[in-house]
Design a protein around this ligand. Sequence first.
Ligand SMILES: [Zn+2]
Length: 283
Amino acid sequence: MLFGGSNPCPSPSPLCPICGSEPETPEHLLFFCPWSAAVWLSSALSCKVGRLDVRRVDLWLFEVLCESDALDDRAQSLVAFLCWFIWKGRCLFVFENKPLDPILTKRLAEKACDEYFSTVSKGAKPCEPGSSCQTSQSGAGIGVLFRNHLGVVLDGCCLTVDASSSLMVEALAVRHAVLALSDLKWDGVCIESDCAALVRAISSGLPVGDWACDTIVEDIRVLSRNFRRISFSWVNRQCNLAADWLAKAAVWRMCPSGWVSSPPSSLASLLALDACGIRSGVG
Ligand SMILES: [Zn+2]
């Protein structure tokens, strides 16, 4: 479905240069023009933004992006990318005579959103007993897996945390694991992290240079005294794929209940892969 494509040009007219049916207000441009409405409807959000919902675009965006918790981080990001690509499509139509294509526009917005989250996840580093963490600008997820000495997953969890850096998320993940292991009254445990700096800091007691992280590391060291035997070791991230899956699921709020006993197929395959690389002393 393409819109326009014939004789678009900048015009002093206040009417929308695309549909010509009403003034080109920011609200009309982004939401009510037939082509932009088609973008929203065909997107992953699959929504029709009503005129009563958006009286002023700045107030609407503030409410959706800052005040409301109706949308998760990813959906909020997609809102922003859709607005940006609708504006870009409009400018290409007006100034370069490029036809408007709602499907292409929503694909470009969703691709940009995916790339944004992919970039964010690359900045995060997983941690501990088969646990890992993922950070984003507005939040972070951690995943923790508890295995026995045979590598069998006995329990686990995933949750979101507030943190100012990926190192802090990793430290929070390790602290969460230590607290959980203490509650479970397990002993003789090995906590694995793929964050060498964190493992080094816990083992050496030397500061990591971030006072907030140093406080968490000190917590971990104090909590560790409750165990007769506990160790912290570095592990390759490739041995931590299932926990990484959990961390992402936490950020996306998509972790299924009962995943320990009945993991979804995508997680089950990662658990099997992790199990192939199981090291002695885990869990
Ligand atoms: Zn229009």
